[in-house]
Design a protein around this ligand. Structure first.
Ligand code: PCA
Length: 156
């Protein structure tokens, strides 16, 4: 079992959330909401308006997202889905827990709101340099006021 922090299209209500809920891909269970401990640039880029966390700690904002407990099968599926390591790279980040719905904090090793947790995250170090000059978001919503509508994979 591993923890994955998702900040983009994999979140609830976002265009790719369904792949995490499909048991054919493995198992993922929502644990809570979190925030990156360090600021990172979260940009929406490219012709398909895809969200990217640029692996440039110290710039941008602390980014909000969701924490999932996933099994090995789901982790492998997500690696493939995110074209890791060619497009996104999966690294570990320290995440501050904002709200926790997972096992109660009385249970050994379970975090509570206000605690931090190491999570896998799909970010990128292999982006075009001009992306650094895009607007930095602190939370992603494909329908946000930025107007950069995500182009779903099935439409490409
Ligand atoms: N999917 C992954 C990375 C960016 C994206 O759209 C996520 O939601 O965290």
């Amino acid at each position: 079992m591993a923890h994955v922090f998702v900040y983009g299209t994999l979140k609830r209500g976002q265009p790719n959330h369904k792949v995490m809920m499909d048991s054919a891909n493995g198992h993922a269970s929502f644990q809570g909401r979190g925030l990156t401990m360090e600021p990172y640039p979260l940009v929406i880029a490219g012709e398909h308006n895809i969200p990217w966390l640029l692996n440039l700690p110290g710039r941008g904002h602390c980014v909000a997202g969701e924490i999932y407990a996933v099994d090995e099968q789901m982790l492998r599926f997500l690696d493939e889905f995110e074209d890791c390591p060619d497009t996104y790279q999966r690294t570990q980040l320290q995440i501050a827990v904002l709200e926790w719905e997972g096992v109660p904090s009385a249970c050994e090793g379970a975090p509570a709101a206000g605690r931090t947790l190491q999570c896998f995250v799909y970010s990128t170090s292999t982006y075009p340099p001009e992306w650094v000059h895009l607007s930095y978001h602190n939370s992603y919503d494909s329908e946000g006021t930025h107007g950069l509508r995500y182009n779903p994979r099935e439409n490409r």
